[in-house]
Write a protein that binds this ligand. Structure first.
Ligand code: SF4
Length: 443
């Protein structure tokens, strides 16, 4: 399809994002590059000339959902369908062959989606899946030209890719090797974001604790410290951590800087050492307990969330009970729980599944019920605490209330209005309804 410049400039795009925070961040970068190339955002998918699906490959379910959305969109023959992200990398050529998308862009090139669309219009090139270092594009597209609903918050990608090869995970195959961005560039970028009004940032990487290991740059805890020292940044989050690389120094930096979130996401995956070894996770449950003891000692007040997989091949009733026991002892604030689903191309794909779907569901339900109880008890424990809340939006239930998150990442509803959005407010927690804390404002 060849279009002249005027025809391209008038085109409107719509992006639908699947999966993790990394994809949300990549979608923002794509949108910025598209605008810089003269495209404009459409309000709805139907209004768009270009529909971009930024996809996830982590679970079968995520891929199937994206595929059915892509197929439904491909019926509208007047739109250009773009498939980007991890699923594009994994099965993009097949998608093009099936004729359900016009253009495929892998994770190395998503930040320049606008430029690739221009290339598509001028030359007809349809597949951009190189994982060659020379084709990798960093994640710093400058200050957004359009004020978003979450204008105070910016993602800051510090690493791309992963070389840990956890046995169940497709990420190293679709996102490629670990690439840490230079710390000086990251810090300058955060300074630029702060000077343009951002007050909250989230440092992103598949395993942020591995930052600098590939490039010999400063370790993660030093980068976190530098970010915390940037004037104007009042809240810093970081995702995701890996127990094998999580350091005591990171906890000490969190302790010393009140603008770093005390909510730590540390995927455990299983409470059985045998299963952790089979998952290629490179830590033991004893090591995990050791990190939790450090958190207690160094931080005192903190929130811990985790990821747990049930039904990994070979998981016995005994292994599962160990996971339950660990959940009971650690008392996570939140757990993202999954039944194991095999991903073609991963090391675990060839392993014989030892549980039926029903058995996995039954274990999953037991785990979810236990975690719900603990999560609620931990929320009740916050009553009467004084906290700071970063207000994010008007409450869905009342225009005289706003909702935000504490430094422990708990959702809170409090009296307020639109002027509070993007600002810190001091509150006292007064009650819990469902999974939400309710608070009153304090001076
Ligand atoms: S650390 Fe493991 S689970 Fe996380 S992205 Fe890398 S391979 Fe996947």
């Amino acid at each position: 399809m060849k279009l002249d410049c005027t025809q391209r400039m008038n085109k409107r795009f719509f992006i639908e994002t699947f999966g993790c925070q990394m994809n949300k961040s990549d979608s923002e970068l794509m949108a910025e590059n598209l605008r810089a190339q003269g495209f404009s955002a459409a309000a709805t998918e139907e209004d768009a000339d270009i529909v971009i699906f930024n996809t996830c490959s982590v679970r079968n379910h995520a891929e199937n959902r994206a595929l059915s959305r892509i197929k439904a969109a491909s019926v509208r023959k007047d739109q250009i369908i773009v498939v980007a992200g991890c699923m594009a990398q994994r099965i993009g050529t097949k998608i093009i062959d099936e004729g359900i998308a016009s253009l495929i862009i892998g994770p190395y090139q998503t930040p320049i989606a606008g430029e690739l669309l221009q290339l598509f219009f001028s030359s007809g090139q349809r597949v951009f899946l190189s994982q060659n270092t020379k084709d990798f594009h960093p994640r710093f597209n400058g200050v957004p030209s359009v004020k978003s609903a979450h204008f105070w918050h910016r993602w800051v990608t510090i690493t791309h890719g992963c070389e840990n090869f956890c046995a169940y995970c497709i990420v190293p195959y679709v996102r490629g090797k670990l690439i840490s961005f230079p710390s000086a560039t990251i810090v300058s970028y955060i300074e630029l974001l702060a000077s343009s009004g951002a007050s909250e940032i989230t440092l992103l990487g598949q395993n942020v604790n591995q930052y600098g290991q590939d490039s010999g740059d400063i370790p993660f805890f030093r980068l976190l410290e530098k970010a915390a020292n940037v004037h104007g940044i009042s809240k810093i989050n970081f995702l995701t951590s890996h127990p094998k690389d999580f350091s005591r120094e990171t906890l000490e930096v969190i302790r010393d800087y009140p603008n770093i979130s005390r909510a730590i996401h540390l995927p455990l995956q299983s409470g059985s050492d045998r299963i952790l070894c089979a998952m290629n996770r490179h830590y033991t449950t004893a090591h995990y307990y050791h990190i939790i003891a450090d958190m207690e000692r160094i931080l005192g007040d903190y929130a811990i969330s985790t990821d747990l997989i049930v039904g990994f091949p070979g998981e016995t009733e005994e292994d599962f009970k160990m996971t339950l026991e660990m959940v009971r002892r650690i008392r996570f604030d939140e757990a993202f729980t999954y039944a194991y689903s095999p991903r073609e191309g991963t090391a675990a794909f060839g392993l014989e599944e030892t549980l039926s779907a029903d058995e996995k569901t039954s274990r999953l339900n037991e785990l979810i019920a236990l975690q719900r109880e603990i999560s609620r008890e931990k929320l009740i424990h916050r009553i009467d605490r004084r906290e700071e809340v970063l207000v994010e939006a008007i409450s869905k239930k009342s225009s005289e209330e706003v909702m935000g998150k504490t430094f422990l990442n708990h959702p809170v509803v409090l009296p307020g209005g639109s002027d509070d959005i993007g600002h810190m407010v001091k509150v006292k927690i007064v009650k819990v309804i469902g999974n939400t804390l309710y608070a009153e404002r304090i001076p």
